[in-house]
Design a protein around this ligand. Structure first.
Ligand code: IYR
Length: 223
């Protein structure tokens, strides 16, 4: 049976004058453009509420049929972080020594990454992001989700932006395959690991590759 339509309510929307719109967009650009992927983390802790609030931001993302097909596991426990590090490094060794093509390794060479992932233990919180292929309704009925990668990708973008604005550095880490996360974190097979977000303060004097972003003209056409 098709559910009946949900009630509608008035939209809460703050319209801005054109100049204010440009200023808001530009202020957000200024705030977000300083985000860099960090690989050297300090072990300094910060309140869990920061993570909670950023996850609330992620939860506002649009999703296919509003199914909100994501699950986040925040890992603070050192023993579990260690388990994740060991499993990730095992996959990464396979990747760097065998699975990765020469072309892929060449593309990674400028970043200087390798199979060692100490940040998985150093950083105070790891956020494992899962995408849910299915959700379950109140009666336990299985419901297929749509556009899960798009939805979870957008939510992850919101999360990274919220953490950055709150002064938290992140690393989007994708050991491949990541199935070990289901086992270590006790998540069901209906959930697929999407990525592992490493969060914390950067180490003092952390350095990042000297890279730049494409200018708008290169990525965008106006017709
Ligand atoms: N997952 C590996 C390899 C890696 C792949 C890409 I694409 C990157 O931008 C960075 C790393 C690793 O984490 O080392």
């Amino acid at each position: 049976m098709v559910d009946s339509k949900i009630d509608d309510i008035p939209l809460s929307f703050d319209a801005q004058a054109p100049e204010a719109m440009i200023k808001s967009a530009s202020q957000f650009h200024d705030a977000i453009k300083t985000r860099r992927t960090v690989r050297d983390f300090s072990d300094e802790k910060f309140p869990r509420q920061v993570i909670e609030e950023a996850l609330r931001v992620a939860g506002t993302a649009p999703s296919g049929a509003n199914m909100q097909p994501w699950h986040f596991v925040v890992v603070e426990n050192p023993a579990i972080k260690k388990e994740i590090r060991l499993a990730a490094e095992q996959e990464e060794r396979e990747f760097y020594d065998r699975r990765a093509s020469e072309e892929w390794l060449d593309a990674l060479a400028p970043l200087g990454t390798d199979a060692e992932k100490p940040f998985l233990e150093t950083a105070p919180y790891l956020i494992a992001i899962f995408s849910k292929k299915f959700s379950f309704d109140d009666e336990g009925g299985k419901q297929k989700n749509y556009y899960t990668s798009e939805s979870v990708g957008i939510a992850t973008g919101f999360l990274i932006a919220a953490l950055h604005l709150a002064g938290v550095a992140t690393l989007t880490h994708t050991p491949s395959p990541m199935k070990f996360l289901n086992k270590i974190l006790g998540r069901p097979d209906s959930e697929r690991p999407f990525l592992l977000l490493v969060t914390g303060y950067p180490k003092t004097d952390a350095r990042v590759p000297n890279i730049s972003r494409f200018p708008l003209e290169e990525t965008t056409s106006f017709i």
